[in-house]
Ligand binder design. Structure first.
Ligand code: SF4
Ligand code: SF4
Length: 498
């Protein structure tokens, strides 16, 4: 049998099998497959393809496996298998080939934890966004803020962290949440805070999750990552670290994150690199003050063998108070778009899909995933539609309620509403709507804009007029800031760059 679409790499005459580090989670459209080693997440967009992949190891060769599917689908499925082989989700089952496989390194261009998924094509005609809109059996990106306690007081903190909440989930409750994640085949959890390492049981919880097949990516300000801790982290499988840095120089970073925070973050990076952790992430919230430093951030990441991840500043938490002073200007948004187009290696999650209105779509999920593929559990167990909408209007339930997290995810009326088709409102007449989808719900909500109107940072310039007509901005909450007021330092208000 000739397999026309099989590129070099996949040898159709040889036996292949699912990689032992790959988990497959059934979904309505087919399945999600996740590789715990290289952290690639792949959509298998057809039940027939899922079946083929699952049973691949039962056949003496790829050709023999493909012979079991309808002839009209073989070229597409052969291409999908080749794509899966490149992503290392399937592997040559022959011993000689297995021995020659190089060790995996997540810095080789693989989409890492939290990144938009790759998708073998040709197996379905339904667009991915349409398949994700009704929601998934379990979230892809689950963020878990373990504590509101933090030893810093960043002026844009989305959760207004500072003080620990006395009603925080205790260790037994946190373990029960992890058990649920494992039962729901949630491949990994993004852990944040606050500063999660402040919790005395933090590293025990990390081990508990990993032992149950739930990978952990945690965000840290780096202040508590010393040489010993970095070495311990480097020795763990399925753990990824993301160090926050909001300026490529101490002056720009510390004006937002506090005196000494730049040095602390760089020290943590030094320790991780020295310990051979591998490609950790450097996470940057893009502001008008650090946008001119994008090349410098890229160089810092390169120097560590790390991956740069850019995140959009949202006006939530303390960010609501500082957004007007910190969010990038319209001209800078265009600059950022062009910069990202030229650097597909830079990770962005769903941060900047509103910029796709400017032309070519940026890589990533072109959809607000709130309540569909994304949600957040806060330190007291409240579940919100996404990490940037910590507000009673977007609270779906609590993990302490009967049925736990699974019942919130699957039965909450809020999430059911978010999963229904939303009206494009004023945006539906816009020629860029398919690319931009009206932008970010959180950014609109916390700037007092209607949810079916343009994003406050609309790339086509409709945000500013809308903001001038906007209603009262909703109060953010719950707040956990320390009593001392947090304000943007004067030198940034005056536009200092370095
Ligand atoms: S509300 Fe904004 S940040 Fe949250 S999932 Fe939607 S687009 Fe992303
Ligand atoms: S008007 Fe709406 S759809 Fe069009 S670019 Fe602006 S935010 Fe996007």
């Amino acid at each position: 049998m000739a397999i026309t679409a099989a590129p070099a790499g996949l040898d159709p005459s040889r036996p292949y099998r699912l990689h032992p580090q790959v988990a497959v989670r059934p979904e309505e459209f087919g399945a999600l497959a996740y590789h715990y080693g290289n952290r690639r997440l792949v959509f298998l967009r057809s039940p027939a393809l899922v079946e083929l992949v699952r049973r691949l190891g039962d056949h003496p060769s790829v050709e023999a496996a493909l012979a079991t599917v309808n002839a009209s689908r073989r070229p597409a499925f052969a291409a999908a298998l080749a794509s899966l082989e490149r992503a290392e989700l399937i592997q040559d089952a022959g011993p000689a080939a297995a021995r020659s496989r190089p060790p995996k390194d997540a810095s080789d261009g693989a989409p890492p934890l939290g990144s938009p998924p790759a998708s073998p094509t040709g197996a379905t005609s339904r667009p991915l966004v349409a398949q994700l809109r009704p929601g998934l059996e379990s979230p892809i990106c689950l963020t878990w803020e373990l504590t509101y306690a933090c030893n810093l007081a960043c002026v844009h903190c989305l959760s207004s962290s500072g003080r620990r909440d006395p009603a925080e989930l205790d260790t037994a409750e946190a373990r029960a949440v992890i058990d649920e994640m494992a039962a729901m085949s949630i491949f990994y959890v993004n852990v944040g805070g606050g500063e999660p390492t402040i919790r005395p049981d933090f590293f025990d919880l990390v081990d508990y999750a990993v032992d149950r097949g739930v990978g952990v990516k945690f965000s840290t300000n780096g202040t508590r990552i010393d040489a010993a801790r970095a070495a311990a982290l480097a020795a763990k499988d399925y753990v990824d670290v993301q160090v926050s840095l909001d300026g490529a120089t101490a002056a720009v970073n510390d004006a937002v994150r506090g005196e000494g925070s730049y040095a602390a973050a760089r020290r943590a990076m030094d320790h991780l690199a020295a310990a051979g952790f591998g490609p950790f992430k450097i996470s940057v919230v893009v502001t008008r003050h650090n946008l001119g430093q994008l090349d410098d951030f890229d160089e810092i990441a390169r120097s560590y063998g790390a991956q740069l991840r850019l995140t959009r500043l949202r006006p939530s938490g303390r960010g609501a108070d500082t957004w007007d002073q910190l969010h990038p200007t319209a001209e800078q948004q265009h600059q950022l778009y062009r910069w990202l187009l030229d650097r597909p290696h830079v990770l962005t999650g769903d941060s900047f899909f509103h910029l796709s209105a400017l032309g070519e779509s940026l890589p990533g999920l072109n959809l607000c995933g709130a309540g569909r593929v994304v949600c957040l559990i806060d330190p007291v167990g409240d579940v919100y539609a996404c990490p940037f909408v910590l507000h009673p209007d977007f609270r779906a339930g609590n993990v302490r309620q009967p049925g736990g997290f699974a019942s919130v995810w699957r039965q909450s009326s809020l999430f059911a509403d978010l999963r229904r088709s939303q009206s494009g409102g004023a945006c539906s007449a816009c020629g860029a709507f398919d690319a931009c989808q009206g932008g970010c719900m959180a950014a609109k909500f916390f700037t007092g804009l209607p949810l079916d109107g343009p994003d406050p940072e609309c790339a086509l310039g409709h945000g500013e007029p809308a903001l001038s007509r906007a209603g009262v901005r909703p109060a953010t909450g719950p707040g956990h800031s320390r009593p001392s007021p947090v304000a943007v330092p004067l030198r940034l208000r005056r536009g200092a760059r370095s």
